[in-house]
Design a protein around this ligand. Structure first.
Ligand code: ADP
Ligand code: MG
Length: 533
């Protein structure tokens, strides 16, 4: 019997993602086109609003080779740009990022644009082109880059620079993708529209391969407060992280100093208490701690209940005002409401849930509510039904909130922001089930829905009242005559009687009509006509 020998090899992260592009959303040509747009737009937004710059983003898709279905995609922004020494790595090395920090950003894996470059290289031979100028830079830099897949390193094919005469800053990225516009068109349009709903402070111009141009104008100059970088919270710590943080410390400080310096929510008193619980001498130097001590320390940090909850400074919400503005602009509804909840925590990560509801008006009638999901300001467009948000919207008994019949004219928007969004996959489309988050999403939707219920109840009450008034209107002539009879001593004096009837009638009409609008009176007129026919 012969035994086959196993062959062991190691592959680079670049090769891994090239072999498994579906893990990052590149499942087929349609999805690839959509995903590329998305990664580029997200990077552009991260380079602008996070840094307090009002975004201007231009997106162009052109069909370059009809037979091979190669599309040229260009996205240009007015963001902070990229220092030239980092450009090759940012675009040519998988898992290289400026966003591995405790601060909410759209990107978080250091993967997005490289996934697009890898996919691009699999189907055609043009490199990615990057033109960029950092803020206040005197030069504009241009690069053509490919990824060396076996080494996970950038290959720089071209590098040049010109003088920045107009003080431009920003980045323009061009990638050639084997794509399918027809099958991705609807999703791409949906993605851009949903992006605009929550970024009405951005100006977005999109030119599609058919030559259509869509322009989303800026309708406000209010940018949500940008997120701040913060230190990690001790509840989110794990052993490797603790070791890594200690290894990075150049000075051999005491463990007590380290806890105060390295984490949020830890002061003198807390550090002392934690170390007592862990049975570690607070004066012990960090580089002298044993592995055993680190394990005990990690477990103590995780379990200690008296830390202040994580700060929400690292988060950036959209805010009730902007949510309402965006929903109004896109859906032209009869009613909107929005809610930004207070910060909460799961597994040591702070998070905030926001919800918006739009009702009636120009919202199309449908069998189901329109659900708009967002995570860290990214619209999630695919795989809607496997998301926790959908589950919650389905569970809610909308009749209790005043929505009648089996047709909805309802938009439910949910935004989750966190320093760590529990996506189900690296393609970032679906939020996984985390109990604390699910509860907050439900609370947020219900809070916004209660405002809708009040509105609908108020509206119904008004309608009832108007109906009553219209009924009164019908009886005014009769009532006026009866009242007049009491007033006039000599019932034979017809002239006097009529004038008093008129007087009373005018007064009553005035009283009633003050509380009605023209359309109600027209409605009354219609009823009278029907009755007399
Ligand atoms: P991630 O967005 O998860 O960090 P990417 O691969 O998409 O990963 O991007 C890598 C890095 O390249 C980013 O962290 C950022 O520093 C830089 N970058 C990419 N696009 C832009 C842009 N348009 N403007 C400024 N920086 C950018
Ligand atoms: Mg990115």
């Amino acid at each position: 019997m012969s035994v086959a020998k196993e062959k062991f090899t190691q592959i680079s992260p670049a090769e891994f993602f090239k072999k498994n592009p579906e893990l990052v959303g590149f499942t087929n040509p349609a999805r690839a086109l959509y995903q590329t747009i998305r990664e580029l737009v997200e990077n552009s937004l991260d380079a602008t609003d996070v840094h307090n710059i009002l975004p201007v983003i231009k997106i162009t898709i052109e069909l370059k080779d009809e037979e091979k279905q190669i599309y040229r995609i260009n996205v240009e922004d007015n963001g902070i740009g990229i220092p030239p020494q980092y450009v090759p790595y940012a675009f040519g090395q998988v898992l290289y990022s400026s966003k591995y920090v405790y601060r909410q950003t759209r990107g978080m894996y250091g993967l997005g644009v490289k996934a697009a470059v890898l996919y691009s290289q699999m189907h055609q031979d043009k490199p990615v082109e990057v033109v960029t100028s950092p803020l206040n830079s005197k030069r504009i830099y241009k690069f053509k880059i490919k990824i060396d897949i076996t080494k996970n390193e950038p290959i720089i094919l071209e590098r040049s620079s010109i003088s920045n005469v107009n003080n431009w800053h920003g980045t323009s990225v061009t990638i050639y993708i084997y794509g399918d516009w027809i099958r991705s068109k609807q999703k791409i349009y949906e993605y851009l529209k949903r992006t605009y709903i929550i970024t009405p402070y951005a100006e977005i111009i999109f030119k599609d391969p058919e030559g259509n141009v869509v322009y989303y104008p800026r309708i406000t100059t209010t940018i949500p407060k940008p997120p701040q970088e913060v230190k990690p919270h001790p509840h989110g710590v794990d052993l490797e992280m603790l070791k890594g943080m200690i290894a990075q410390q150049k000075t051999n400080m005491t463990i007590k100093e380290f806890l105060i310096e390295g984490f949020q929510s830890v002061g003198e008193v807390t550090a002392q208490k934690v170390l007592e619980l862990a049975n570690i001498n607070p004066e012990k130097k960090i580089h002298d701690l044993t592995e055993q001590e680190l394990v005990v320390l990690m477990n103590t940090l995780k379990k200690y209940e008296d830390f202040r909850p994580p700060t929400a400074d690292s988060l950036s919400v959209i805010g009730e005002e902007l949510i309402e503005l965006g929903l109004k602009k896109i859906f032209n509804p009869e009613f909107v409401s929005a809610v930004t909840r207070k910060p909460k925590v799961y597994q040591g990560h702070p998070f905030i849930v926001e919800a918006g509801i739009a009702y009636g008006g120009s919202i199309p009638q449908a069998k189901e509510p329109i659900v708009l999901r967002y995570a860290n300001k990214i619209p999630l467009v695919y795989d809607e039904k496997s998301d926790v948000v959908w589950k919650i919207v389905e569970e809610i008994d909308w009749k209790r909130y005043g929505i009648e019949g089996d047709q909805y004219q309802l938009v439910v928007m949910v935004h989750l922001c966190s320093t760590k969004v529990p996506y189900k996959t690296a393609g970032k489309e679906v939020i996984g089930d985390v109990e604390e988050i699910e509860k907050e999403i439900r609370n947020a939707i219900m809070e916004a829905a209660r405002k809708l219920r009040l509105y609908i109840a108020e509206k119904r009450k008004e309608e009832e009242a108007k109906k009553k008034l219209i009924t009164y209107l019908k009886y005014i002539p009769e009532v006026s005559r009866s009242l007049a009879v009491f007033e006039v001593a000599n019932k034979e004096d017809v002239v006097k009687l009529n004038s008093i009837v008129n007087e009373i009638q005018t007064k009553l009409l005035e009283l009633v009509s003050k509380r009605l609008e023209l359309k109600d009176i027209l409605e009354y007129a219609k009823q009278v006509k029907v009755e007399s026919e």
